[in-house]
Design a protein around this ligand. Structure first.
Ligand code: ADP
Ligand code: MG
Length: 275
């Protein structure tokens, strides 16, 4: 079944027409994006943990933008700051300094209540460890973001996602009764159900075997190609990154490479050069 049914081609809620142009055009990174304002962007982003001698600079003056309807892979050595960047972009954490603009909203201007609402409405997140709620069955997990927002579940959209994810016969199962691959497909459906501005995925295939990895990566790819979803995915696997359009490499909290993904081998060469 194709992802691109006309009935689902628009978000359930309307976006202000000016939203994607709300960034300062002079500070928005445009390289590689054909001049299109990014749907999520960071400017001069810094994140430090700890104080005094124990202070760690996890991210150091990062400027980066991600264009709508593209699939980006973020790579780098363990501890280089990939998860920190994802958490800041997804409004899961606040920076030490610098700004994040997500779908036209400057996150630094939002109090906790608005940040929570924005995260709920505009962001999907897929974790390495699936993070499904163990007491809820698959169906309840998928619709949770809408339940929390008191938003209606469109039955056709739900049925459609379940069909594409191939989990129609597992909806009444709890996470513990599902394989890792099935759990992650449920998690991808949960991330997509609210039609978020951006889906962030942190090592989404890190706990999966290669067959389940390919399934999940293929589904993420389809959501970009057929639903114009924007995805930012952290991975350490060049094979996983080769599903993406764009590659960002981080080393010691700084962006050291930005470019198109050409092939798995090319990704591996870029990584080798960045070491
Ligand atoms: P990656 O995802 O690339 O492996 P992280 O973003 O998790 O890297 O971490 C970047 C750096 O920040 C590392 O040095 C890590 O130890 C440190 N760090 C991450 N989270 C915390 C935290 N909550 N408290 C202290 N240090 C942290
Ligand atoms: Mg990490």
């Amino acid at each position: 079944m194709a992802f691109s049914q006309p009935a689902y081609s628009q978000p359930a809620y309307s976006q202000p027409a000016h939203a994607q142009f709300a960034l300062d055009p002079l500070s928005a990174p445009v390289g590689g994006y054909g001049g299109v304002a990014p749907v999520v962007a960071a400017h001069d982003l810094r994140k430090c943990y700890g104080v005094g001698d124990a202070e760690v600079t996890a991210l150091d003056t990062v400027d980066i933008g991600f264009a709508r309807g593209r699939f980006a892979a973020v790579m780098g050595a363990s501890g280089s700051g990939k998860s920190t960047l994802l958490h800041l972009l997804a409004a899961l954490d606040r920076p030490t300094s610098g700004t994040v603009v997500l779908d036209g909203a400057d996150l630094s201007g939002l109090d906790d209540r608005r940040l929570t609402a924005l995260r709920r409405d505009k962001v999907g997140f897929v974790f390495q460890s699936f993070n499904l709620l163990p007491a809820l069955n698959a169906q309840e997990n998928i619709v949770l973001p809408l339940s929390l927002a008191h938003r209606r579940v469109a039955p056709d959209w739900f049925a459609y996602l379940v069909d594409v994810m191939g989990i129609g016969d597992r909806l009444q199962h709890r996470p513990a009764q599902l394989s890792g691959g099935q759990q992650q497909r449920v998690a991808v459906a949960r991330a997509l159900i609210s039609r978020p501005a951006v889906v962030f995925a942190d090592e989404p295939t890190g706990n999966l075997d290669s067959r389940a990895s390919d399934d999940v990566l293929g589904l993420l790819r389809r959501s970009v190609d057929e639903l114009n979803q924007t995805i930012v995915m952290v991975t350490h696997d060049a094979g996983a990154a080769s599903y993406a359009d764009d590659l960002v490499v981080i080393a010691d909290g700084r962006v050291v490479h930005e470019g198109a993904v050409e092939s798995r081998d090319a990704v591996a060469r870029v990584l080798e050069a960045a070491r």
